[in-house]
Ligand binder design. Structure first.
Ligand SMILES: C[S@@+](CC[C@H](N)C(=O)[O-])C[C@H]1O[C@@H](n2cnc3c(N)ncnc32)[C@H](O)[C@@H]1O
Length: 347
């Protein structure tokens, strides 16, 4: 329990500026053994502050009139009365059984719409080379990044592209990027995920929302817009495994356009052996048909991937791998913010 209290104290210090509400609550929870005890039901690797926060946020999103909700900037415009940390402790202890159900069964989930910026540039390059594209997004979660041809972008520099006013994301660009003039032509897409999130399920969507920190109001708002767009566009994510199921998804994609596999912050979930098997599988398919792969992963976490070997980089790197007439080529394109806020082309 001492270790867990320590984790909450460290969280509080690390995020006092970036996430003031969670920082204050973490400071309090570090000295609340009854709250720390709730976390004993979580698997050891999941005994982390963000799982407690997401579980409480999940329940609170279902009880928006509760006093505590007035302290969550994403739920209430007016600042609340009373002490948020007192309210938080009382809220979770009064709902101990529901909290334990969530803590025992859930893990934190991210599906970040800002990452659409990562696909915009390589897909525009591929459009120019091979025409309409068909995307297989591996580790797609709720499929929100399959929306990237359907939203608008404010490129700085470069201006606006796209005509969907429902969702615009910003990308700050440095370096000589081949800035697209229009959103890419993607004629078909499918997502593949070990544990897909169904955007049509209010309950599953609520967990995705609960994993966003309440001080990040803009991010929360973008996520809600992305979810409603995904519902409108019937975004499909199938249950499947990155290694075992990618080849059949590529075959289906190839009936519609040039197949492009995308992976963003998913291959770090695989073991080293499975990552090597994933690369081997794409190499096998790439010798039989033309194929492209946009990688947006951390070289440090996934050293087995093309272009990543021997790297100690913790940041996200965008790499384009192509197979043309059986020949593989690897092009490192850019480094980027983990949620896509900026791209440094050519670095
Ligand atoms: C951090 S999320 C990234 C989601 C999305 N690509 C993004 O960038 O926002 C990683 C996703 O990979 C999925 N995943 C983990 N292992 C997988 C596997 N072996 N096959 C398919 N999906 C997997 C998880 O279920 C999770 O939805």
């Amino acid at each position: 329990m001492h270790d867990l209290a320590q984790r909450f104290s460290e969280f509080s210090k690390s995020f006092d500026k970036g996430a003031p509400l969670y920082s204050r609550i973490a400071h309090r929870v570090a000295s609340e053994p009854a709250v720390l005890d709730l976390m004993a039901v979580a698997p050891i690797t999941q005994r982390i502050p963000v799982l407690l926060f997401a579980s409480a946020h999940h329940l609170l999103l279902g009880e928006r009139s509760h006093e505590l909700a007035q302290h969550y900037p994403n739920i209430s415009l007016e600042p609340g009365l009373g002490d948020a940390t007192d309210l938080f402790v009382a809220f979770v202890l009064e709902r101990a059984e529901a909290m334990k159900d969530l803590l025992a069964t859930r893990s934190t989930q991210t599906n970040e719409i800002g990452r659409c910026n990562w696909f915009l540039f390589p897909f525009a390059m591929l459009n120019a080379e091979v025409g309409p594209l068909a995307q297989v997004d591996v580790g797609s979660s709720a499929g929100l990044n399959q929306l990237f041809p359907k939203i608008s972008y404010e490129l700085r520099p470069g201006g606006m592209i796209g005509d969907n006013n429902a969702l615009t994301i910003t990308c700050n660009i440095t370096g000589e990027a081949p800035t697209p003039q229009q959103v890419p032509n993607v004629c078909w897409s499918v997502g593949l995920d070990a544990k897909p999130i169904d955007v049509r399920s209010d309950e599953e969507v609520r967990w995705l929302e609960a994993c966003v920190w309440p001080d990040q109001v803009e991010r929360f708002d973008r996520l809600q817009r992305a979810i409603s767009l995904a519902r409108q566009h019937n975004i499909e994510v199938e249950q499947g495994d990155a290694v075992d199921d990618v080849a059949q998804a590529i075959e289906r994609a190839a009936k519609h356009g040039h197949p492009v596999v995308t992976t963003s912050w998913v291959l770090n979930y695989l073991s080293s052996e499975r990552r090597i098997a994933f690369v081997d599988e794409l190499d096998r398919v790439g010798t039989e048909r033309d194929l492209s792969w946009v990688i947006a992963e951390s070289p440090y976490e996934t050293p087995e991937l093309p272009g990543h070997r021997g790297s100690d980089e913790l940041i996200t790197v965008i790499t384009l791998v192509t197979w043309r007439q059986g020949q593989r080529a690897v092009q490192r394109l850019a480094t980027t913010h983990p949620h896509g806020h900026w791209i440094k082309w050519g670095e």
